[in-house]
Design a protein around this ligand. Sequence first.
Ligand code: ADP
Length: 327
Amino acid sequence: MEKKVSRIGVLTSGGDSPGMNAAIRAVVRTGIYYGLEVYGIMRGYQGLIENDIFKMESRSVANIIQRGGTILKTARCKVFHTPEGRKQAYEVLGSHGIDGLVIIGGDGSFRGAVEFSNEYDIPCIGLAGTIDKDIFGTDFTIGFDTAVNTAIEAIDKIRDTADAHDRLFIVEVMGRDAGYIALYSGIGTGAEHILVPEQKTDIKAVVASLKEKERRKKLVNIIVVAEGDEFGGANKVAEVIKQELPNAETRVCILGHIQRGGAPSSMDRLIASRMGYHAVECLLEGRHNVFVGILNNRMNYVPLNQVHKKKGTIGQEWMKIVKILAS
Ligand code: ADP
């Protein structure tokens, strides 16, 4: 028989993403609704190991659904990679009587949860909090939609100034392994080129296309580059373009951390609330060591040990759409 869960912990770990607070709120309030005690664990696995834990009430999560960042803070924790670190984490949980964990983070945090749940009988439920949308098994990750909207707002502004001066802008957005922010924000702003890690960048073709545009006096161009593009980031692309198109007024803009912050979009608030609710249901129903995804508008529960990064899944068709729409 499954052990009944009565006290659960919630933590945010790894890279932060807007909407994590909405997820924490949903976990806390659903847990309390079902009569569980809910404990907030500060700074991810680091705070767990250091016993930085407090009991949460319904009011603890008042007025946070609209806030970016995470009230529980987040961290990267080297010690959790070691068996000793995880043993310490287990003992701390035991000292509070916590018998279930909700981990809001990316695939790294999920890998940590797999190690932990292999060694100790503490059920773990993952919620995908990452702006990169780089996890298989879910159409959404908490924070992605907000990050795309932030990038779109910024690129729209860049296009205004590009247009005023007839400039060529190379805008770098986040995405070390996945190009979804670049793809979505690029399409949403009518970017002339989008360079993503999933597709080999044909820089010669990009240059040829820009030269052709120069000939027909189309001087305002936006190239959106994911930071993890295999050719290199925006600066690397700019180097080549400046050499090949010396008359173009080329500028680089790296959007950086603004993409992680800000009030979560309606979509992120919604999916975080839905996923947080289902995380608690999973713990109660004995559906353990899974992450809660949404596929085709249905909940999708993927065993944590089967989670892997989505790479190489932006197909040629997307690139064809980009090309046709930006001509
Ligand atoms: P993200 O969750 O955003 O992908 P990281 O990859 O930095 O971020 O992972 C967050 C934390 O998860 C790490 O700092 C570490 O504490 C833990 N972690 C990641 N991978 C493992 C692993 N293989 N074993 C144990 N803990 C891990």
